[in-house]
Ligand binder design. Structure first.
Ligand code: SF4
Length: 396
């Protein structure tokens, strides 16, 4: 009953660590992990690691667990910013469906498909960072490494239960090969660490692996509410003015835990009005207005289902201290501030991926692999399929 009632699919929750251990122990498989920014903020407090060591400790920890390659999810966040901001600027220029809603939170996308399908034209067509990373690894990395995509086992490590549901969507499994084979929550990953009895002193710090090694601070900010909008603004202002943005990179008005935040940015005579919403109930008054044909006065709206964004995702351990969520947010802000690259559009590894593989943002190949179409029909098909899958599978 709960699975049917849950508006964002988060209760369709299958634990997958047994399956991941089996893949790690299979000599035929190259097992690849990519890890979301919000996970390292929890790992940093769990192990008592400072923010400037959190990324390298995270990579070392996953190698110790047995993953062959470890990529940084923030790379996919950078890719999402470039695709989504390009789509947004095109919609402004071509007078398309505005406001554009972000689509990187699968809990939010499920909510739209189930409760407000009229809103689907306003959703960005971009896949989430998880789905973009899966498609890029199974196509670009497989080609680069000379591997058959069937021999790659791709594991996403995230704070999010709804992402398990997303990875199982049939449209993200072309020719019946899933782009993301398994999704572990932060809690499941920490359980695997406990099962293998890995201690802090056993972990050797490492860099994330090429070719998706470098990430921007903007991509890191995706882990908290306002991060997607802030990253998009850092790119949109540059594109609208034609000038490199060197200062005023921080859009502090969209950070924090308030349910609805707003920012207005002026660039060369164009005003961009942004709303940032976290917690699905906070989105409903704005959605109702749009459906009634009323003007809401926003051009871009970020929605994250969890209050405060992914740092509060249900796949994280329950916070034990009163200020734990603020601390998780601060880790991401500190990493951004200390980053060599602070804008997604200047990440050299993203630029190289476009040069060598995708061509340009929103190209035909980018549309094939990085964009999708959402619809209520797909959702109901998937719910039925997932119910059958859950009925037939033993939890591991
Ligand atoms: Fe998942 Fe919550 Fe983050 Fe949305 S906000 S992607 S539901 S953890």
């Amino acid at each position: 009953q709960c699975v049917n009632a849950c508006p964002c699919g988060a209760l369709d929750y299958q634990r997958e660590k047994g399956r991941v251990f089996r893949a790690i122990n299979d000599p035929e498989k190259t097992v690849i992990a990519f890890v979301a920014p919000a996970v390292r903020s929890v790992v940093s407090s769990h192990f008592g690691i400072s923010f400037d060591e959190a990324s390298s400790f995270m990579a070392g920890l996953l190698k110790k667990l047995g993953f062959n390659k470890v990529f940084d999810f923030s790379f996919a966040a950078d890719l999402t910013v470039v695709e989504e901001t390009t789509e947004f600027l095109d919609r402004i220029r071509e007078k398309g469906a505005i406001p554009q809603f972000t689509s990187c939170c699968p809990g939010w996308v499920n909510f739209v498909e189930k409760r407000y399908p009229e809103l689907i034209p306003y959703l960005s067509s971009c896949k989430s960072p998880q789905a973009m990373m899966g498609a890029t690894v199974k196509n670009h990395y497989a080609q680069l490494a000379g591997l058959d995509k069937k021999d790659l086992y791709v594991v996403s490590i995230v704070p999010c239960i709804a992402k398990k549901f997303e990875a199982a969507r049939p449209e993200f499994a072309p020719q019946s090969i899933r782009d993301v084979d398994a999704v572990l929550t932060t809690t499941e990953m920490l359980e695997m660490v406990d099962l293998k009895q890995i201690r802090k002193e056993d972990v050797v710090d490492q860099e994330f692996d090429a070719p998706y090694k470098r990430v921007s601070g903007a991509g890191i900010l995706f882990g908290a509410s306002g991060g997607v909008a802030e990253a998009a603004l850092r790119m949109a202002v540059e594109k609208l003015t034609g000038n490199t943005l060197t200062d005023h990179l921080d859009f502090e008005e969209v950070r924090g835990f308030k349910g609805v935040k707003e920012a207005t940015v002026s660039a060369e005579g164009t005003e961009v009005n942004v709303a940032v919403i976290s917690g699905l109930h906070n989105a409903e008054p704005i959605i109702e207005k749009i459906i009634q044909g009323e003007e809401v006065g926003y051009d871009l709206i970020e929605v994250m289902a969890c209050p405060g964004g992914c740092i509060c995702g249900a796949g994280h351990p329950v916070p034990e201290k009163i200020n734990a969520l603020e601390n998780r947010q601060q880790v991401l802000i500190n990493i951004d501030k200390a980053s060599k690259y602070r804008k997604s559009q200047e990440n050299p590894d993203v630029l190289r991926l476009y040069r060598d593989f995708y061509g340009e943002a929103n190209s035909e190949l980018a549309h094939k692999l990085l964009h999708t179409h959402y619809s209520p029909a797909q959702q109901s098909d998937l719910l039925g399929r997932n119910r059958r899958r859950m009925a037939n599978s033993a939890f591991v």
